[in-house]
Design a protein around this ligand. Structure first.
Ligand SMILES: Cc1ncc(COP(=O)(O)O)c(C=O)c1O
Length: 398
């Protein structure tokens, strides 16, 4: 009898929560209006948009006018980096705006920075330490008079490292530089306050926390006083697209109401049990890591023990190709990943693992196991049992 497949790839994407599907259906089937229309269907859609904007804003201690809905993490990161740098260039045409990132950013930041460099902007890539942490002092040393933006991820998607965001934000603000963080992996796994953590721009993607794919938002700090309900986003960001005036003139397109409302529902669900669920995941994650390290010889953990995403484990199994192990596990009904899923078909060793000082061979022997809402102790035990079996087999064959 075949076993029910077990999913260990929640950092890649998550199933949509049934309550999210339920509310989305209402906006697909009944309240399907265009939020720009003035009849009742449109007004209902517009109310839903306002409701979702409030939920998203409250969750990070922001104001509703600071939330720009869009298609998810890649767009939010592009919007932040391209938006700020091109705006600076527009405001000061004779300058060469400078951007600081680190070397283990997600491709949505990394490749955008590469593109901006080809466009003539000045880019600094800060190395990380051997657990993936960015040192705020190194950031400070890299700041120049022309620095327009610092972009450092909140938590890494492959090795789970959680950066000292508040400290980096403080340094950025002391030098009057804007600070962006890609919080796609951290959002709902760590309580975030854009206010107290000195964050000016923050990227979020719904499909990482049981919401639908293709929807997310960029938070953009508003510097007008609280009574003025007027977005200042376009003072700091140039739009990536041209068209309608949706999302405070920054993001033209008919709003994806079912997706946006679904994301808001996913935030509400996460908010209700954030601490309990994260504590549960930390226990399961640590059980998995400890059993692997203690019972399987020649293994080591990639990334930190402390300040790590509650649901992420990334392990180097020396003497085998992780890709072969992934295929064995998949054939046995267990899904996990080598590198990050969005580019897992790449054959090159992970830039993140090389960035923390792993050799190419070590990087090619590393696997990511990411846990989530439906992971059980039984699932972990099944995984451990199969790891023992397949690792012995693959090491013998090599
Ligand atoms: C850290 C990080 N940033 C950005 C993204 C891209 O988000 P999206 O899939 O919504 O475009 C991902 C997705 O894997 C991610 O893990």
């Amino acid at each position: 009898m075949s076993r029910k497949p077990i999913y260990f790839d929640y950092n890649a994407t998550t199933p949509v929560h049934p309550k999210v599907v339920e509310i989305m259906n209402k906006y697909f089937l009944n309240d399907f209006g265009n939020a720009g229309s003035v009849h009742q269907f449109g007004l209902n859609a517009h109310d839903a948009l306002d409701y979702a904007r409030n939920i998203a804003a409250n969750f990070i201690e922001a104001k509703p006018i600071e939330i720009i809905f869009n298609s998810g993490g890649s767009e939010a990161n592009n919007m932040a980096l391209q938006g700020v740098l091109y705006k600076q260039k527009q405001l000061h045409p004779n300058t060469r705006p400078h951007l600081i990132i680190d070397t283990i950013e997600h491709p949505a930041v990394w490749e955008t920075a590469n593109f901006l460099e080809r466009e003539g902007f000045d880019i600094t890539r800060i190395p990380v330490d051997n657990e993936g942490f960015v040192d705020p002092k190194v950031i400070e040393e890299a700041i120049k008079p022309s620095t327009a933006l610092i972009s450092i991820m909140y938590a890494n998607n492959e090795i789970g490292t959680i950066n000292p965001i508040k400290e980096i934000g403080k340094i950025a603000h002391e030098h009057e530089v804007w600070f962006h963080t890609d919080a796609v992996q951290a959002f709902t796994k760590i309580p975030i306050s854009v206010k107290s953590e000195n964050i000016d721009l923050l990227s979020v993607s719904a499909h990482k926390f049981y919401g639908p794919k293709g929807v997310g938002f960029l938070y953009v700090h508003n510097d007008l006083d609280a009574h003025k309900n007027e977005s200042t986003a376009s003072h700091y960001l140039r739009s990536l697209m041209y068209g309608g005036s949706q999302e405070f003139n920054l993001r033209p397109a008919t709003e994806n109401i079912p997706g946006i409302v679904g994301m808001a529902k996913a935030i509400e669900i996460a908010k209700n049990d954030l601490l309990n669920e994260n504590n549960r995941l930390i226990k399961l994650r640590d059980y998995l890591i400890n059993h692997i390290l203690n019972e399987i010889p020649n293994t080591k953990i990639n990334g930190p023990i402390k300040n790590r995403l509650p649901n992420n484990a990334n392990v180097c199994f020396e003497g085998l190709f992780a890709y072969d192990l992934m295929i064995e596990l998949d054939n046995a009904g267990i899904a996990c990943s080598v590198g990050a899923a969005c580019h897992a078909e790449e054959t090159k060793p992970s830039r993140v693992l090389l960035g923390i000082g792993r050799s190419s061979a070590e990087a090619e022997s590393s696997m990511r196991f990411s846990l989530g809402r439906w992971t059980t102790q039984e699932n972990i035990d099944s995984l451990l049992e199969l790891l023992h079996k397949f690792i012995a087999k693959l090491r013998k064959n090599k």
